[in-house]
Structure formats: structure tokens, C-alpha cells
Ligand binder design. Structure first.
Ligand SMILES: CC(C)(COP(=O)(O)OP(=O)(O)OC[C@H]1O[C@@H](n2cnc3c(N)ncnc32)[C@H](O)[C@@H]1OP(=O)(O)O)[C@@H](O)C(=O)NCCC(=O)NCCS
Length: 148
């Protein structure tokens, strides 16, 4: 993902989330050197993307999104496969993420993929504009090391 491609990314982000990332959030992630990848189709352009932050022997998934029109076709799982490859190449032993407690679909995907819920961050996410309160995040973790 480069800054030049952010119009296509934001077009997806804004329909996929009730509280989308801003252009600035993506620019900051790219400028910070995070893993920022697009899933591209030759004829349809950007289908999805993910952003992950590299840490000491760990990786933190910050954003995983598939365009609503092409969700449920395995693209989310395929991007997780790619991210796990990146983790192994960088000797990251553990992949972490947070997910909204209400996001049943994403939680189901992560759980089936092998992520384990390890905790809750209270009031982690804002709610859509005009809606008072905040939402808890479920923290999930996947062991990515291939050997014990
Ligand atoms: C969550 C998201 C990334 C999943 O990507 P996707 O391409 O739709 O998911 P996939 O087609 O790869 O499905 C992966 C798994 O979820 C299952 N799944 C698909 N649609 C589902 C649904 N509606 N409910 C429950 N499970 C579902 C699939 O059966 C599959 O499981 P399997 O591989 O064990 O058979 C995508 O739906 C999305 O972008 N949602 C909006 C943004 C979001 O919530 N991102 C995550 C933030 S933490």
C-alpha cells in the first residue's frame, strides 16, 4: 500500500466500518513502515488490505478489511495467510489483534483461524458519531512460530 492508492483504500474503509480509519491513520501507518498490503484484482482493483505493526518477536494486526461486495469468498483468510508468512519471515512468534466485541463475523473468522481470545480492553473503541459510550475490544492472539 502506498499513499497514491489511498483513495481506493478509503472508499472501502468508509463503507466497511461504522467508525472508519481516516486518511491520516493510513498515512501514519505507511510512514511508520508498518506492514501495509493490498489485495489486488487485475480487473477490479483493490479488493482488501491489511496493516500490521512489527514488534519484538511479535506482530500486531491493526486493520484487516475486505470490500463488502467480495466478503465471504476467502479473501480475509487469504490475507491472514499472507500475514502469517510475513510473521514467520520476521521471526514474530505471536500475532495479536483487537476486535470489537460486537463484530461476530470477524471474531468467528479469527477463532476458526486459530486465534485465541486472551482478554478484554474495556471501552477501547469509539461508537459511531452521535452514539454515546464506547465499546469493549476482545484481544486475540495466534501463535505463529512453526517450531516449539
Ligand atoms: C472480517 C473480514 C475481514 C473477513 O473477510 P472475508 O473475506 O469476508 O472472510 P472469508 O471469506 O475469508 O471467511 C473466513 C472465514 O469466515 C467465515 N465466514 C464468512 N462469512 C461469515 C459470516 N457472515 N459469519 C460468520 N463466519 C463467516 C468463513 O466461513 C470462513 O471460515 P473458514 O475459512 O473456516 O471456512 C471481512 O468480513 C471484513 O472486512 N469485514 C468488515 C471489516 C472488519 O470487521 N474487519 C475486521 C476488523 S477486526
Amino acid at each position: 500500500m502506498t499513499v497514491m492508492q489511498l483513495d481506493a483504500v478509503l472508499a472501502i474503509e468508509q463503507v466497511a466500518y461504522s467508525v472508519p480509519w481516516t486518511r491520516g491513520n493510513f498515512i501514519d501507518s505507511i510512514a511508520s513502515g508498518y506492514e501495509a498490503w493490498l489485495l489486488m484484482s487485475p480487473d477490479q482493483g483493490v479488493l482488501g488490505y491489511f496493516i500490521a505493526m512489527d514488534g519484538y518477536e511479535e506482530m500486531h494486526l491493526l486493520n484487516l478489511t475486505v470490500a463488502p461486495a467480495v466478503q465471504g469468498r476467502g479473501h480475509g483468510r487469504a490475507m491472514l495467510d499472507r500475514l502469517v508468512d510475513i510473521c514467520r519471515a520476521r521471526d514474530a512468534l505471536q500475532l495479536w489483534l483487537e476486535v470489537r466485541e460486537s463484530n461476530d463475523r470477524a471474531r468467528a473468522l479469527y477463532q476458526r483461524y486459530g486465534f485465541v481470545p486472551v482478554g478484554v480492553r474495556r471501552d477501547y473503541y469509539p461508537l459511531p458519531p452521535g452514539v454515546p459510550g464506547r465499546e469493549d475490544a476482545v484481544v486475540m492472539s495466534l501463535k505463529t512460530a512453526t517450531t516449539e
